[in-house]
Design a protein around this ligand. Structure first.
Ligand code: SF4
Length: 80
């Protein structure tokens, strides 16, 4: 069995931490303006009304989200 070099191991851990920290920072920033109900295909998964919802592109599909991710999406939500 091959021995693990502790310094190489730590170097790789540090690199992974650096990569994941960058991803987390980007997610934090995007989450301030991208609606959490919008999937990667820009479709809406919310079960409530929203002014940004548009007709699905295919029958029976999810509604399209017309939000532009530039404004605060929360005022568009229609809650009782
Ligand atoms: S339509 Fe409204 S609730 Fe749905 S993903 Fe877009 S902003 Fe969010």
């Amino acid at each position: 069995m091959q021995k693990i070099d502790p310094q190489e191991y730590q170097k790789r851990l540090d690199r992974l931490t650096e990569i994941l920290a960058g991803i987390a920072a980007h997610a934090d920033e995007v989450s301030l303006r991208r609606c959490p109900y919008k999937n990667r295909l820009d479709q809406c998964t919310a079960q409530f009304g929203c002014r940004n919802k548009r007709k699905p592109q295919v029958a029976g599909g999810l509604p399209v989200c017309a939000g532009d991710d530039k404004l605060d999406y929360r005022p568009a939500w229609e809650t009782s």
